[in-house]
Design a protein around this ligand. Structure first.
Ligand code: RIB
Length: 314
């Protein structure tokens, strides 16, 4: 069966709402907190599945209650979880997240069992041309490189969300089909590659796409996103104007990635894919927690009138 395979992290998010983010040495009080399922990999898998795509999650949790909670959440939303391993000594990954009044956040991740995630969990048999592999950077990077190289040989399409940013070997980059970054991550990778660090998102995405011979998607929060192909063609898309309805931006980028991967799997046009991913990322900001407000496909359909199809960049 063909599907999107998400290879990546599963975390429990310890979430606190704060009046303002603490400065170094400052203590900030808040009345309560929540434990919610998260992790960039699990978030992206859930977003993809909710958008109506057959999705499998490959990763590692600990042999603890947190791991069980994330596992069950994914399973309830019809993500295939049979390739999620349970590590017998490392705990489930944990993210400490503070969200301020504007909906912006700060995150520290203790990777725990995610560090044991291995490319060996994905056999060559499922790296064929019918499948799409979606990855992020919260597991050992060498395992991603292994999967990207093998996918290139077997024909699966690969998408890497370079979050958090890290260096990528040049030979891996050229094997990759899609790179998804925000502007900060884009500048960081351009710097690591010794490229000109452009302030302008379109120029930055174009530099990365041309240099690595791939398609570069650059997300820009409430401003939407741009996409540039290596041949110099590109498109830009807006975002839903949520105004005062922004509650928490945690997981918005993950929602964009999961829905975009589903659109690539369905072979939608790049203009349509960018619009659906951007709408989904916006809608995900309407509730507290990474996974709470991730939309289903009918909710994305209902919001199509709020964002135009991506338009060509001249
Ligand atoms: O992108 C948001 C995610 O980053 C959170 O769910 C947290 O677990 C961290 O991995």
């Amino acid at each position: 069966m063909s599907m999107v395979i998400v290879f990546g992290s599963l975390n429990i998010d310890l979430m606190m709402e704060v009046e303002h983010q603490p400065q170094i040495g400052e203590t900030v009080l808040t009345p309560t907190y929540k434990w919610l399922p998260g992790g960039k990999g699990a978030n992206q898998a859930l977003a993809c599945s909710r958008s109506g795509i057959k999705t499998a999650m490959v990763g590692q949790i600990g042999d603890d209650g947190f791991g069980t909670r994330i596992y069950n959440t994914l399973k309830r939303d019809e993500v295939w979880v049979s390739s999620v391993g349970r590590h017998d000594s490392e705990p489930t990954g944990m993210a400490f997240i503070t969200t301020d009044k504007t909906g912006d956040n700060q995150i520290v991740v203790a990777t725990g069992a995610n560090n044991a995630t291995s490319g060996d969990q994905i056999p060559d048999e499922i790296l064929g041309p019918d499948n799409v592999i979606l990855m992020q950077m919260e597991i050992p990077h060498a395992e991603n490189w292994d999967v990207i190289r093998r996918a290139k040989a077997k024909g699966a399409q690969t998408i890497l969300n370079l979050a958090p940013a890290g260096a990528i070997p040049k030979d891996v980059l050229v094997d990759l089909d899609y790179l998804i970054v925000n502007q900060i991550e884009g500048r960081q990778i351009a710097e690591k590659m010794g490229l000109t660090i452009e302030d302008d998102a379109i120029k930055l995405a174009k530099t990365l796409a041309e240099n690595a011979d791939l398609t570069c998607v650059m997300t820009m929060g409430h401003l939407g996103a741009v996409v540039m192909k290596s041949n110099g063609t590109g498109w830009k898309v807006g975002a839903v104007n949520l105004g005062e309805d922004v509650v928490d931006t945690t997981g918005a980028g993950d929602t964009f990635c999961g829905v975009f991967a589903g659109c690539v799997f369905e072979k939608r046009s790049i203009q349509d894919s960018m619009r659906r991913a951007s709408i989904a990322g916006s809608l995900a900001c309407k509730s507290f927690g990474a996974q709470t407000a991730m939309p289903r496909s009918d909710e994305i359909d209902d919001a199509l009138g709020l964002v135009d199809l991506a338009t060509p960049i001249q």
